[in-house]
Design a protein around this ligand. Structure first.
Ligand SMILES: [Fe+2]
Length: 210
């Protein structure tokens, strides 16, 4: 008598499911990003912030492509959609004090956007901090969005140190442990910036200027 699991293995799966599983996970279109922003009640100021982050992220992506065109680059639509949706859970989390990166990831997964979920989850703290890879000029969509987000305070492009001041003020809550964690995260961001701009045809001050 075959086991139930072995018998289930022999049941042919519908062709559409086989095809879907062999394709890369979908990336939301711009229209789908806007629909999600509306569905999750994104406040206008957070939407504005996200649009500026998306603009910077796209500028970084284009600069990396122009500087070393022979290198395989992460997908442009992934970078833009990840930036647009990185704060998708920010508005609901303002009410329930939740972790907006984790909850934002859950929202994106629920909608079938697994790659975007991973970007959203690491936009506050990078999952893999790998300076050796950065030195070789390889940056993921998540790292591009993480860096772009650190350069935008509200809807204004600022330098990393200016953003650090705001984050310490806003999220540090006069707690030395929190301050230490925030500073350590920023040190990583400074390292990422250092290597990123070795692979770009412009400097950190030029970001957002054109
Ligand atoms: Fe943000």
């Amino acid at each position: 008598m075959p086991s139930t699991a072995a018998a289930a293995d022999k049941v042919p799966r519908p062709l559409d499911r086989v095809v879907m599983e062999s394709l890369p996970p979908p990336v939301p279109t711009l229209a789908e990003c806007v629909t999600l922003m509306e569905q999750y009640g994104m406040l206008p100021n957070i939407r504005h912030h996200s649009l500026v982050v998306a603009r910077l992220a796209e500028q970084l992506w284009a600069g990396l492509c122009a500087f070393a065109p022979e290198r395989p680059r992460t997908d442009r639509t992934l970078v833009i959609a990840g930036a647009l949706l990185h704060d998708i859970a920010k508005t609901p989390c303002m009410v329930n004090n939740g972790d907006h990166a984790r909850i934002g990831g859950e929202i994106c997964r629920e909608h079938g956007f697994a790659e975007i979920a991973a970007i959203v989850e690491e936009h506050v703290i990078l999952r893999n901090f790998e300076p050796d890879r950065y030195q070789l000029g390889y940056f993921s969509a998540g790292e591009i969005v993480y860096y772009a987000d650190k350069r935008v305070r509200h809807n204004v492009v600022v330098h990393l140190n200016q953003r650090l001041e705001y984050i310490l003020d806003h999220y540090g809550k006069n707690n030395p442990v929190r301050h230490q964690l925030i500073r350590e995260n920023f040190k990583k961001c400074l390292t990422l910036e250092h290597y990123l701009f070795q692979w770009l045809p412009y400097g950190p001050s030029d970001l957002g200027a054109f």
